[in-house]
Design a protein around this ligand. Structure first.
Ligand SMILES: [Ca+2]
Length: 218
């Protein structure tokens, strides 16, 4: 009897996992197809979308996350800007993102800023995400390590995150060649994606809409 219950439970669990993967695949297929078919999307981004799509379709769950595109929008009437991550993680456990900035001064000396932001409170993230951030205007504006350690240790972290009360996130607005910015994502198991350059606007069909919003707010 006990064995029978265990078997039924295993079958139900396997069905749920398959359904969950099918739903996630449907979402990722839509966003990847949009990127692949849009001629305005940079070749590097559409190639990453093709890699992601092939990865999901082979039905072998790979744990390494892939960041397809990292875009930003400056909201002139707000005290924050938006980071828009188009990403894929087949086991859906993205924990946060990292930022790598190179600030080159007029004397040609460079300052490199590297920070990791564990924004997501628990596994369950693996698709597109929009995150508020503060524009770093100087390489001296840095992540508050203590505030982030407190945030990660907070047992009510999920509630804090949902209320948008996580500590400040600093990201410089790219201005090459003086300021170059790359973003990558990582998961709870410690797997990291390759970095991609931070670019103005979002990827895909939303790109034009986002650009229009920004231009109209000027
Ligand atoms: Ca993962």
């Amino acid at each position: 009897m006990v064995l029978l219950l265990v078997c039924v439970s295993c079958v139900v669990c396997a069905c749920r996992k398959r359904e969950e993967r099918d739903t996630r695949l449907m979402v990722i297929e839509n966003s990847c197809k949009e990127l692949i078919q849009n001629p305005a999307v940079p070749k590097r981004t559409s190639e990453l979308a093709e890699t992601v799509l092939a990865g999901w379709r082979d039905k072998v769950t790979k744990p390494e996350p892939i960041l397809i595109h990292a875009g930003y929008l400056q909201l002139r009437e707000k005290n924050y800007s938006l980071l828009m991550l188009t990403m894929s993680d087949e086991d859906f456990d993205v924990a946060g993102f990292g930022v790598k900035e190179t600030h080159t001064r007029s004397d040609h000396n460079s300052i490199v800023v590297e920070e990791k932001y564990p924004v997501f409170p628990s596994p369950g993230i693996g698709h597109a995400q929009i995150i508020r951030f503060q524009e770093r205007e100087s390489a001296l504006q840095r992540k508050d390590e203590q505030a982030w350690a407190n945030y990660v240790a907070n047992p009510d972290r999920v509630i804090v995150y949902r209320r948008g009360q996580s500590p400040k996130i600093w990201i410089a607005i790219p201005a090459p060649p003086e300021i170059e910015v790359e973003i990558y994502i990582y998961d709870f198991a410690g797997n990291e994606s390759e970095p991609v350059p931070l670019e103005y606007g979002t990827a895909g069909r939303g790109r034009q809409k986002c650009l229009l919003v920004t231009e109209n707010s000027e």
